[in-house]
Design a protein around this ligand. Structure first.
Ligand SMILES: [Zn+2]
Length: 398
């Protein structure tokens, strides 16, 4: 059985211990010590990290009565000096104790019990057993902070199961007969094996980030202490940058952004209208030059999108009875071949001829087909080949 030093002193970061077992966990070396200040993952609180001698501790896990320290590299010494990562431990004390205070606050303001707790990398969350509205959430947050700022002592003591029951506490099965209680004086008393500060003030502040309905209750996300400060700093930096981009002070950012988005949408509408006017004008021009029956209209453009080529092809083939062989040259080459319905030419076949010479492929069905390839320098030859194939097809049917 590993002696758990963090239980008596959650501020202890260095200790000496004897290695009592060497083993492995998921192909990494692992050791069991006779005593440890490392907290093993449990009850929603993640493990501590740090070092044992020269080896990094990458995970700490409960294994029956023992605590397994999973290491980055093997440890050969029989006695080791352990060092726990202090900032991470402090962060976990803040988030975990903040959770105790918040859970108790929701019992008091909303009769909502906490059914689970998760201490995450970015934020933490508790699941409440009932739906809690915005007003009660705000009241719970305010009460938790009041207790933080009252700087109440936090004490840990161990009692028997029956003593815990006499205090009205429900003790989880498997907790053994020795029950560790954590008490924020005059406010919260809980059985808990986690690491806690010795004063509520260390939590600093409790900030709710949001809530959502979850399994008939409410999931509440929050951050405490240094994380809350860092979260505020991050938001200030982002808002400052956004404000500078919009040339707006904090209070005016939302309105300025809404205005900009409206202007953007209006601009997009105008672009679409102008684009359609341009396509219609080009279609008129092509239709006016069309000759023969059926007419063949052929033209290559610079940097048109396939979408614009399709729109132009549709506009031309509805204005005049024709086959339209349209292309665009940009980094890649695109072709769109279309015909007025009823002409019966093989559009996909023509696209395959052109796309093959462009080093790509294409396809389609019936009266419209499209394709392209990377070899834009071959576009003139590819269009010549398509025109020849079309001419041969039309001639053979006369
Ligand atoms: Zn706890």
């Amino acid at each position: 059985m590993t002696e758990r030093l963090y239980r008596d002193d959650p501020y202890l970061l260095e200790f000496d211990a004897a290695v009592v077992e060497r083993t492995a966990h998921e192909s990494r070396p692992a050791v069991v010590l006779d005593r440890t200040a490392f907290y093993a993952e449990s009850g929603g609180q993640p493990w501590d990290t740090g070092s044992l001698g020269p080896s990094r501790v990458v995970a700490v896990l409960e294994s029956g009565d023992r605590i397994l320290h999973v290491l980055e590299s093997p440890l050969s010494a029989d006695r080791v000096h352990g060092v726990v990562d202090g900032p991470r431990r402090r962060d976990h004390r803040q988030q975990h104790h903040g959770q105790h205070l918040l859970s108790q606050a929701f019992v008091r303001v909303a009769s909502a019990e906490t059914v689970s707790f998760h201490l995450g990398v970015e934020s933490s969350s508790i699941d409440l057993d009932r739906e809690v509205g915005d007003e009660a959430l705000a009241a719970g947050e305010a009460l938790a902070n009041q207790v933080v700022w009252e700087a109440r002592p936090v004490a840990v003591r161990t009692v028997t199961r029956s003593e815990a029951a006499a205090l009205g506490l429900s003790v989880p099965d498997g907790a053994g007969d020795a029950v560790r209680l954590v008490e924020a004086r005059g406010f919260d008393l809980q059985p808990c094996g986690g690491t806690h500060p010795n004063n509520t003030a260390e939590v600093g502040v409790v900030v709710l980030l949001g809530s959502e309905k979850h399994k008939g209750g409410t999931r509440v996300r929050f951050v405490c202490g240094d994380r809350a400060l860092e979260g505020v700093r991050r938001r200030i930096r982002v808002l400052d940058r956004v404000g500078a981009l919009l040339s707006a002070p904090l209070e005016a950012i939302e309105a300025a952004l809404a205005r900009s988005l409206d202007q953007l949408a209006a601009g997009h509408r105008q672009i679409r209208e102008l684009r359609q006017l341009g396509i219609d004008a080009e279609a008129e021009r092509l239709a006016a030059t069309a000759a023969g029956s059926p007419a063949v209209v052929s033209r290559a453009y610079e940097s048109w999108t396939p979408e614009d080529l399709r729109a132009l092809a549709a506009a031309v083939t509805t204005r005049v009875r024709c086959v339209a062989l349209l292309a665009s040259r940009a980094e890649k080459a695109h072709v769109v071949f279309a015909q007025t319905p009823g002409l019966g030419c093989d559009m996909p076949g023509l696209v395959r001829v052109a796309a093959g010479m462009l080093g790509g492929r294409g396809g389609g069905r019936g009266d419209v087909a499209q394709g392209g390839g990377d070899r834009a320098d071959q576009l003139d030859k590819a269009m010549d080949a398509a025109r020849s194939a079309l001419a041969a097809d039309l001639e053979s049917r006369q």
